[in-house]
Ligand binder design. Structure first.
Ligand code: NAP
Length: 246
């Protein structure tokens, strides 16, 4: 029986590391990406070599129709959707409130917040005991920015992640009665390509982190895979900081 985990934004960075770690843990992996088909397909080939099934699914998580079509492709592949990692996320150029536009705010919230809600809704329809599903686990990727607020850097991005934390707590309470565990992971500063979009040099903050270094995508993946697993069967509504110290 195929047990699919769908990982949004898994063509690179934390999502790609999570996909690989999930495959090692025995999941069949549905990879999602927005633009970079070549990277997703290269990762899919590596995962297949482990003996796991894969799907490579293009969809902008900000688009209702594309997300619905993505979940339908998983349905058609057979097996059951048992895991969802809402990892796709974007930042925007660092700056102060004064220089931000409404379009920028809308895009950040569309991808980071509504994208997460939309994928949770699609997954819950398939996993819920009330709808004939077999249950499942959802992990939402937030950020420590939700706590700091990122003043002078990107308060809007931080606010999207605050919203992700809140919806994680609420959906955890709402969906556990239907056999779906919802949890969150809050990475600190991780070595990925996302920082190019903010224009910030992540190494410049390394000395301010208690552990004195940036995190690696694999270190976030490890926490996500544990939260997806049965080993975390009593963990519901947790928001796990993986950030090298507080
Ligand atoms: P990344 O390296 O920039 O990778 C982002 C991934 O998301 C890519 O696979 C990209 O796919 C995909 N993506 C972007 N927009 C999308 C959309 N609209 N629909 C579907 N997929 C989309 O980012 P990352 O650093 O791994 O970050 C992953 C998550 O961790 C994000 O939610 C981020 O906010 C969070 N996080 C990261 C850090 C950090 O320091 N890196 C810290 C805290 C939290 P394409 O390339 O195909 O477009």
């Amino acid at each position: 029986m195929t047990n699919w985990v769908l990982i949004t934004g898994s063509s690179r960075g934390i999502g790609a590391a999570t996909a690989w770690r999930c495959a090692e843990a025995g999941w069949d992996v549905a990879l999602n990406y927005a633009r970079d088909a070549a990277s997703a397909q290269a990762l899919a080939a590596r995962i297949q070599a482990l003996g796991r099934r894969t799907l490579s699914l293009q969809a902008d998580v900000a688009d209702d129709a594309q997300v619905a079509a993505m979940f339908e492709q998983i349905d058609r592949a057979g097996g059951r959707l048992a895991g969802l990692v809402n990892n796709a996320g974007i930042v925007a150029p660092a700056g102060r409130l004064e220089g931000m536009s409404t379009d920028r705010w809308r895009r950040l919230f569309d991808v980071n917040v509504i994208g997460t809600l939309r994928c949770c809704q699609q997954a819950a329809r398939r996993m819920s005991h009330q709808r004939g599903g077999s249950g499942g686990a959802i992990v939402n990727v937030s950020s420590r920015a939700a706590e700091f607020g990122s003043g002078g850097i990107y308060v809007d991005y931080a606010a999207t992640k605050g919203a992700v934390d809140t919806l994680t707590k609420g959906l955890a309470r709402e969906l556990i009665a239907e056999g779906i565990r919802v949890n969150g992971v809050r990475p600190g500063v991780i070595e990925t390509e996302i920082h190019a979009d903010s224009g910030l040099d992540p190494q410049s903050v390394a000395a301010t982190i208690p552990i004195q270094r940036l995190g690696r995508p694999e270190e976030i993946a490890e926490a996500i895979v544990w939260l997806l697993s049965d080993a975390a069967s009593y963990t519901v509504g947790a928001i796990l900081d993986v950030a090298g110290g507080r």
